[in-house]
Design a protein around this ligand. Structure first.
Ligand code: NAG
Length: 667
């Protein structure tokens, strides 16, 4: 510490010896600034130094030039002294190329200002506009404004003007202004006392209305640059209780995120809005905790896209403080407003109709694939043929085969009997045929077991048609795409164009109607956040039935919802803390599950009226209808049997009478 001080003094002397350009007042400003930087700025973080364009090329004697000598001196010494990253931001050096360094937001700003082309305020505005134009700009950082010359008395008027400018430009409140007080020249050497002013936006119910500045501290010329009170210059300016200050909110109804509850015209003739809903709940909880009064701005006209745009415009112009109502956390919006941390974590997914159950008859036919059916038939035919051939082969052994196996038709009948598990009229006699017969028996036994196992399980639950798993299958399925303009707008911003592959689309500006259609009729597909889907299901009385929810496995997009505040708004941290507490405690989750539960309860009747065959998965009653297929086959078999019986009877009668007639006339 002492060594540093020593270095500083040596340096200062060196400068003094090198050139006499710094006045004693400037050296004293530099000393004060040095102690402020040391005490109040976080060590190690980069320090942005901004100063107006100096007009010093050539003439080295103008008063402007003096001030830039001061800046040079301060820069040089601060750098030697603290060894923090120092970044000089002069209005001329604006670089449009973005480097990684610029993407890191800054936390400390020192702004030198003096009257240049305009007065001090005009110069400051130009400087701030330039500072604002880079990505790393942070209106919530610590701002220390050094005014090098001031002839306005009393000094707090200039400080007030500067604070006002900072607030209006970017809602900057963490600002300390160091102004020379023209009323207190001391030491006869025309060195002024330096006054340090700031303001407190939410003190004494002022509600961010700037009426006066507070003298924080003073830097006296004889104090060796130490502040007289040694006060901390950047205290927390946001109290925990905001004393009922109003907070203006732009929103419009967007069920279930923002649900309008009660709108009425009060005695003054102005409309009063009231809202609940998944997102508003965060706002209500945090305003209650911080003792803020919510004032909803009048509604915007138009569809979701228009209202979103208007709300964003209002919040970015400072007409309102907060924009709420399904605003995604998206870098596209960040230049216009400041997002809070995520309040709703959601996903955009493709919802598709769930696969339909397969009819039982169709499933039974599909027991084996076609080639397998053919193979089975081939095996039977070949077996019958082998029986017949080997029975009719020239007999080497002494055993003669029974006549059953020497007739081709009989052979087929035998095979058929074995396959159905019914007795055959005669067993084969020769060992060769017996072996073959045993083989057939085993084969039929195995195939029968397999078939029966499948058959019974199909009777109970025939399963479903193939489901749609990925986007290509979805496009091929020929489903109609439910197109929603506001969502489409965001998809285009996010550079997502897959939905253009659909051949036809229907208008889905009412997302909830379309979702209902998807769940009831199953003839469209659409991209939707899960929250909406859950809400629509509860509105159909089907919140518990997850079987109707089918989504694609690919093409899932995280959709984080935030609240947006005016850029630089001082309450952002308060919002973030409150939101984090609400999320951690699950207060909003409880609200949401209550909402879903009661909505579902109110609509259960609607669901019961409509009925739903796939919905119940509790237990399964095995009724006559499930055995329909078996009875169908049985009846078919009986009919065929009866026809064959009648045919047999007719044939028999015919041949009998024929034989009778031949015997009658023949003998
Ligand atoms: C909120 O602010 C109002 C207005 O100042 C005050 O009367 C009230 O007591 C405050 N409420 C709480 C809980 O502090």
């Amino acid at each position: 510490m002492h060594q540093r001080l020593l270095t500083f003094i040596v340096l200062q002397m060196a400068t003094l010896i090198r050139n006499e350009l710094l006045t004693s007042e400037q050296r004293y400003i530099a000393l004060c600034l040095r102690s402020v930087i040391r005490r109040n700025f976080t060590p190690g973080q980069s320090l942005i130094v901004s100063f107006p364009k100096s007009g010093c090329q050539g003439s080295q004697t103008s008063p402007k030039c003096d001030s830039s000598q001061l800046v040079n001196f301060v820069l040089e010494n601060t750098h030697q002294d603290v060894l923090w990253p120092l970044q000089v931001f002069q209005t001329e050096f604006l670089n449009l190329e973005m480097s990684d360094e610029q993407l890191r937001i800054h936390h400390n700003y020192v702004i030198f200002t003096w009257p240049e082309e305009f007065d001090v305020i005009g110069t400051l505005v130009t400087q701030l506009e330039k500072l604002q134009s880079v990505v790393s700009w942070n209106p919530r950082a610590k701002f220390f404004i050094v005014v090098t010359e001031n002839y306005i008395s009393p000094a707090n008027i200039l400080a007030l003007n500067i604070c006002e400018t900072m607030w209006n430009i970017n809602r900057i409140v963490n600002v300390v202004v160091m102004v020379p007080d023209p009323d207190y020249p001391r030491l006869g050497a025309r060195i002024h006392i330096l006054n340090l002013y700031t303001w407190f936006p939410y003190e004494a119910k002022s509600c961010a209305k700037l009426t006066n500045v507070v003298l924080m501290d003073q830097c006296l010329p004889d104090g060796d640059g130490q502040l007289s009170n040694n006060a901390l210059l950047f205290p927390n300016k946001i109290p925990n209780n905001l004393q009922g200050c109003p907070i203006r909110v732009s929103t419009s109804e967007l069920i279930p995120y923002v649900i309008s509850t009660n709108t009425y015209v009060d005695s003054d003739g102005s409309t009063v809005y009231n809202y609940r809903g998944l997102e508003i709940e965060y706002l209500l909880l945090l305003t209650e905790a911080a003792n803020l009064t919510v004032v909803y701005l009048p509604l915007a006209e138009g569809d979701v896209k228009d209202t979103h745009l208007q709300q964003l415009v209002e919040v970015s112009m400072g007409i309102s403080d907060v924009a709420i109502g399904h605003f995604p956390l998206n870098s596209i919006l960040i230049p216009f407003a400041d997002p809070t941390i995520t309040i709703v974590f959601d996903d955009l997914r493709w919802y598709v109709p769930c696969p339909k159950p397969v009819p039982r008859v169709e499933k039974v036919m599909g027991l084996y694939t076609l080639p397998v059916w053919f193979c089975i038939a081939l095996v039977f035919i070949l077996t019958a043929l082998t029986f017949w051939l080997s029975a009719n082969a020239p007999n080497i052994t002494l055993v003669t085969e029974s006549s059953t196996y020497r007739d081709m038709l009989q052979c087929i009948c035998v095979v058929w009997c074995v396959s159905l598990g019914t007795p055959v009229p005669k067993m084969p006699r020769s060992p060769k045929l017996r072996a073959l017969f045993t083989l057939l028996l085993c084969y039929c036994f195995v195939m029968g077991i397999v078939a029966q196992a499948f058959f019974v399980s199909f009777l109970i639950n025939p399963g479903y048609h193939n489901d749609i798993n990925n986007f290509d299958e979805l496009v091929e399925s020929g489903l109609v795409y439910g197109k929603e303009d506001s969502l489409e707008f965001f998809l285009r911003l996010a550079d997502y164009h897959e939905q253009e592959m659909f051949r036809s689309h229907v208008d889905c500006s009412d997302r909830h109607k379309c979702l209902e259609r998807l769940f009831v009729e199953g003839d469209i597909t659409m991209l939707s956040p899960i929250i909406d889907v859950v809400y629509v299901l509860s509105h159909m009385g089907m919140a518990k039935i997850k079987k109707v929810l089918c989504t694609l496995n690919d093409n899932v997009f995280p959709l984080d919802i935030s609240i947006y505040l005016t850029k630089g708004h001082p309450l952002l941290d308060l919002f973030n803390v409150a939101i984090r507490r609400c999320t951690e405690s699950g207060l909003v989750v409880k609200y949401w599950s209550d909402l879903i539960f009661y909505t579902n309860l109110q609509n259960v009747d609607r669901f019961k009226e409509r009925g739903c065959e796939v919905c119940s998965d509790m237990y399964f009653v095995f009724t006559l209808s499930h055995l329909k297929v078996s009875f169908f086959v049985l009846v078919f078999g009986l009919v065929v049997g009866f026809i064959v019986f009648v045919a047999e009877l007719v044939y028999r009668c015919r041949s009998e009478s024929h034989r009778l007639s031949t015997s009658k006339y023949g003998h």
